[in-house]
Design a protein around this ligand. Structure first.
Ligand code: CP
Ligand code: NVA
Length: 311
């Protein structure tokens, strides 16, 4: 049994194995319908319990399809509808109950500490489906999408992030170390990633470069990532933050500083950080990116359940 909480804590070789399995499984499903089960039905009879403390469309749907296609099933809980932390039920007891009924637990939460507490008390694997500090399933899937489209290892590409230093960027920084790719970050002066994230990257020989001029950050990029300026957990002055990011708006003009065949990716949902022309344009692959989460999360589930095989 393995947890999937943060990319920085997972061995690169395991992450590579997950991507390898995802590619094989995706190729084998070409003729199957949405709810058809993979031939080897490796998670037959298994239940994934999902719990969301905040909104989600893609993570919810893609995990639903992922476990279904592996032969298992899912149950989705809302934290305000169960006893967790209320009526005297401790997180420890809830963890025991989840372990009694289910085989795996996927949690989207406002608290990194809660994921860590659950990981201590659960007897089943836990997957981080977005926390304030990271979004590992999204970013591992994004590495898959980049390599699928570019048809080369991500380590041979110039990756660029234009936007806020949030949970998705933290995971992208972790991925840049694990997969050894160069990452340029374009963000306003007061919005750099937290020092514990940068210090970890530096200690682990990360190739991270921060620019406060978006044109410099995007120059020669093969892939441009972005995300909302205001995240779900952001407790900020929205007007001020939006204004601070004014120069980091991604439009055709800014994109023209990247390589001609550069691609644009965005985890969604989007805000006002990117023009429709870019988001819906030829260089954008955001829908393929969203769909690939099903494939990669299937292999993440297999990894957590100890069923990942190299074939
Ligand atoms: N990208 C992503 O995690 O989307 P949701 O918030 O809709 O799950
Ligand atoms: N950074 C965003 C990602 C949403 C998928 C948020 O946390 O809201």
């Amino acid at each position: 049994m393995k947890n999937f909480i943060n990319l920085k804590d997972l061995p690169s070789s395991d992450l590579r194995k997950i991507l390898f399995d995802a590619k094989k499984r995706k190729n084998r499903r070409k003729k199957l319908s949405t709810l058809d089960i993979d031939k080897d039905h490796p998670l037959k009879g298994k239940l994934l319990i999902q719990m969301f403390e905040k909104a989600s469309s893609r993570t919810r749907l893609s995990f639903y399809l992922a476990i279904k296609q592996l032969g298992g099933g899912t149950l989705t809980l809302k934290s305000n509808e169960i006893h967790l932390g209320k009526g005297g039920e401790s997180l420890q007891d809830t963890a025991k109950i989840l372990s009694t009924y289910g085989d795996g637990f996927m949690l989207r939460t406002d608290s990194d500490d809660k994921i860590n507490q659950f990981s201590k008390h659960l007897k089943i694997p836990i997957i981080n489906g977005l926390s304030p500090s990271s979004h590992p399933t999204q970013v591992l899937s994004d590495v898959f999408t980049v390599e699928e489209i570019k048809k080369k290892p991500i380590s041979n590409l110039n990756i660029c992030w234009i936007g806020d230093s949030n949970n998705v960027l933290n995971s992208l920084i972790a991925a840049s170390v694990k997969f050894s790719f160069k990452l340029n970050i374009g963000c306003p002066k007061n919005y750099k990633p937290k020092s514990f994230v940068l210090d970890w990257a530096k200690k682990n020989k990360g190739k991270i470069h921060i620019f406060h001029d978006p044109k410099k950050a995007i120059k020669n990029a093969d892939v441009i990532f972005s995300d909302k300026v205001i995240s779900l957990n952001d407790n900020v002055n929205i007007k001020k933050k939006t204004k601070d990011f004014k120069n980091f708006y991604i439009n055709k003009k800014l994109l023209s500083y990247a390589k001609k065949n550069a691609i644009f990716l965005h985890c969604l949902p989007r805000g006002n950080e990117v023009s429709d022309e870019v988001f819906l344009g030829k260089q954008s692959h955001v829908w393929q990116q969203a769909y690939n989460r099903v494939h990669v999360q299937k292999s993440i589930l297999l990894y957590c359940f100890g069923k990942l095989r190299q074939r």
